[in-house]
Design a protein around this ligand. Structure first.
Ligand code: NAP
Ligand code: MG
Length: 502
């Protein structure tokens, strides 16, 4: 009874997905348009390997046009000089329209990058709408400052928008990562150009129309799909882009620093890779709860998460018992049809990423890590790209599977003796995005949290906070913070106005 009910829910979603139409043109100079060159690229669904549509492949010429239009919009003051209460009203409308169209957007996201529909519906789209709403509601509540100078002067410290901001984003949470940039950047009064990842352009293209419908002035938000090496690089090197807000790999993040240095010294904010240590002490409150979180933390979104808890550090005494528990949870997270609401783990984003992850599994075995679970590509009969939840045991932190970001459902298990060793292993990484620890001892929790070189530390929980807390990395995990009022600050210039009082 319940099985036929559930499968009919999946069938209904498949029918809705089949009836979707796709936005495939760039949103530039106030309308949907082809790339100037007329070139397109194939947008493939990793669910079954089929081409969904052909999308405009924007290039330098399109970037030049978009930047010119964005600069004109910015200088006109139609958005940048609008009273905060006015920007708030339009952004709240934008959030409402996202919420209203959430089912369509969730289906697009699932088709485009293979994440389970249950998550694109219950995690991604609500978070997208909430992020826009959060910044809309913030803009008319933040005050500027007056400096504590002598009575002979008045020194005002005010925030002004940066100007033209380009957001270049990845494919793992396509619309959410885009929104983490565009919501605060727009709220602060900037004109924004968004380049989605080539693997997942559909939701970004669709919301451009929703922003216009909400009343965002023309050319305040433009969306240019295209390749990183062409469109992304042209934005990075443009002499009239004031800032790049990037989320993606550490390697490409470094390219943007170089582009900036070789062009106009534009501001660069970077959210890059991670290799989250998940430290489980033998005095953790509930090993069952910690095991559930450990599996979820690495297999959620098929491990394609910058904060995926990919390094499991277990205190020696509880290693066997704990790993067994993690395996038991992980066994129930086998990949399935992303359009089935029961599926916890969907497909990988594409063939390239699948091959990359499979090659890392080979590397781990060669390095001498023990394959404790999974390790195979599965469901090949679908034409799509799926990998089993995979666990390595007996990993040494020097191994590549412990040092490099795999970005797939692959867990590396290590052991430690005491606090000092846990901290040393956790910090022995080029990354510092997030770290997690499990203990009942509050003093130990604070000692370890203080010692971790990481933008976020979570204690007895695998997930950090939401929009209200800053998110970003130490070390090569990035520069700057997304979310919270810190992001609003990041998209603003700080101006000092000194007035002599005679
Ligand atoms: P990626 O290869 O670095 O790509 C990110 C974006 O940069 C894409 O839009 C990409 O365009 C563009 N790009 C690629 N090469 C470029 C170049 N030479 N010049 C200019 N732009 C270029 O990353 P990804 O594979 O999409 O995403 C996975 C990575 O994102 C992981 O490392 C993950 O940790 C990181 N990530 C970080 C966070 C965070 O908040 N810290 C969040 C999510 C993901 P194309 O699509 O054409 O390649
Ligand atoms: Mg795709």
């Amino acid at each position: 009874m319940s099985i036929s009910h559930e499968s009919s829910a999946a069938d209904a979603l498949r029918a809705k997905a089949a009836a979707l139409s796709f936005t495939s043109q760039a949103f530039i100079e106030g309308d949907y348009r082809d790339a100037a060159s007329g070139e397109t690229f194939e947008c493939v669904s990793p669910i079954d390997g089929k081409v969904l549509t052909k999308v405009a492949a924007c290039d330098k010429e399109d970037v030049d046009r978009a930047v010119k239009a964005a600069r004109k919009a910015f200088s006109s003051g139609s958005w940048s000089d609008m009273a905060p209460a006015g920007r708030k009203k339009i952004l709240l409308k934008f959030a409402d329209l996202i919420a209203k169209n959430a089912e369509e957007l969730a289906l697009l996201e699932t088709l485009d990058m293979g994440k389970p529909i249950s998550f694109s519906k219950s995690v991604d789209m609500p978070a997208v709408a909430n992020t826009v709403r959060w910044y809309a509601e913030a803009v008319d509540k933040v005050y500027d400052e007056i400096a504590p100078t002598a009575k002979t002067s008045l020194d005002l410290i005010t925030r002004e928008p940066m100007g033209v901001i380009a957001a270049v984003v990845p494919w793992n949470f396509p619309l959410l990562m885009a929104t983490w940039k565009i919501a605060p950047a727009l709220a602060a009064g900037n004109s924004v150009i968004l380049k989605p990842a080539e693997q997942s352009p559909l939701t970004a293209l669709r919301v451009a129309a929703l922003a216009a419908e909400a009343g965002l002035p023309e050319n305040t938000l433009q969306v240019l799909p295209g390749m990183g090496e062409t469109a992304g690089q042209a934005l990075g090197r443009h002499m009239d882009v004031d800032m790049i807000a990037f989320t993606g790999s550490t390697e490409v993040g470094k390219f943007f620093l170089r582009y900036s240095g070789e062009s106009n010294m534009k501001a660069i904010s970077l959210e890059c890779g991670g290799k989250t240590p998940n430290i489980v002490f033998d005095d953790a409150e509930s090993l069952d709860g910690a095991a559930q979180a450990a599996a979820q933390g690495v297999f959620f979104n098929s491990g394609q998460v910058c904060i995926a808890a990919t390094r499991l550090l277990v205190q020696e005494k509880i290693h066997d018992e704990f790993l067994e528990k993690v395996k038991q949870v992980g066994e129930h997270m086998q990949p399935g049809d992303p359009l089935d609401p029961k599926t916890f783990m969907g497909s990988m984003v594409d063939k390239t990423q699948t091959e990359r992850v499979m090659s890392y599994i080979g590397v781990g075995e060669k390095e001498g890590a023990g394959l404790a679970m999974g390790g195979k590509q599965v469901m090949q009969n679908t034409g799509g790209y799926y990998i089993e939840p995979t666990i390595f045991d007996g990993v040494d932190n020097k191994m590549r599977v412990a040092q490099e970001e795999i970005f797939g459902p692959v867990l590396s298990t290590l052991t430690f003796k005491d606090e000092a060793e846990a901290l040393r292993i956790a910090n022995d990484s080029i990354y510092g995005l997030q770290a997690t620890l499990w203990t009942k001892d509050i003093n130990k929790a604070f000692r370890i949290a203080r010692g971790l070189r990481s933008g976020t530390v979570t204690v007895n929980d695998i997930n950090g906070g939401g929009t209200a807390v800053p998110f970003g990395g130490y070390k090569q995990s990035g520069i700057g913070r997304d979310n919270s009022l810190h992001a609003l600050e990041k998209y603003s210039q700080v101006k000092t106005t000194h007035i002599l009082i005679s």
